[in-house]
Design a protein around this ligand. Structure first.
Ligand code: 5RP
Length: 241
């Protein structure tokens, strides 16, 4: 493996391994999606097989996470059956100092949001390259829309100041989420100036299913770096939903 790629994986692994320390026996927890979460799943599976943890039930945020968790022998349960979750652990594409985040470059934003809203505690794991002073400067904002006449949203997104790009695969075909919906990646040249206003405007739009903005939701961010891990906690008094 290329040295830079290996170092990047190490940063993600440090965050994933640290997140496994947050898990207690007997808890029901949301299992996020992405390459950082894969390290968390491996660390969690290690603790289950050594007997350090027991009685865990995971609620996966994507078919990919479900498949990987199955391979690793992590017991799983559906969201409706689980009800309220003790904890959810997920990756992110960008995190700001208020612990607001952009997610969804892995395409699982809707399920991730549903599982985050069911969780008493929501923890993100990222490498230090995801830290940002203004959301939208590192990552585009993924927005999941229904397939029906999806092109009709493009002028609306442009009117919001974005350059929308429909997410496609290498063959140029639209990428569909696990829910069968396409994703529009909204690029903001100077970042997102007002995340709350943007979220309101996008959510009010018929045909938009979910945005990748996770606002006032995150309790803790664990950041993996070359030196180790840093943990940022939500300021006391500002509660997550
Ligand atoms: C998937 C996500 C991922 O958590 C996000 O894209 C981060 O992924 P990675 O850890 O691979 O960088 O939101 O929808």
């Amino acid at each position: 493996m290329d040295a830079d790629v290996e170092a990047a994986e190490d940063r993600k692994r440090r965050a994933g391994v640290a997140a496994a320390e947050e898990v207690r026996s007997g808890t029901t927890l949301g299992l996020g999606t992405g390459s950082t979460v894969r390290h968390f799943l491996e660390a969690l599976a290690g603790k289950l097989s050594s007997g350090e943890l027991e009685g865990i039930r995971g609620v996966p945020t994507s078919l990919a996470t479900e498949a990987r968790s199955n391979e690793l022998g992590i017991p799983m349960v559906g969201l409706a059956e689980a009800g309220r979750l003790d904890l959810a652990i997920d990756g992110a594409d960008e995190v700001d100092p208020q612990l607001d985040a952009v997610k969804g470059m892995g395409g699982a934003l809707l399920r991730e949001k549903m599982i985050a809203q069911a969780a008493r505690r929501f923890v993100l794991i990222v490498d230090e390259g995801k830290r940002s002073q203004r959301l939208g400067t590192i990552s585009p904002l993924p927005v999941e829309v229904v397939p029906f006449e999806w092109e009709a949203h493009l002028p609306f997104f442009e009117a919001l100041g974005a350059e929308p790009v429909a997410r496609t695969d290498v063959a140029g075909g639209l990428v569909y989420t696990d829910n069968g919906n396409p994703i529009m990646d909204l690029h903001f040249r100077a970042g997102i100036t007002d995340t709350r206003k943007l979220e309101r405007e996008l959510r009010a739009r018929a045909g938009v299913v979910a945005t990748g903005l996770f606002l006032d939701r995150v309790d803790r961010v664990i950041i993996g770096s070359d030196e180790g891990v840093e943990t940022l906690d939500r300021a006391p008094g500002s509660t997550s939903g």
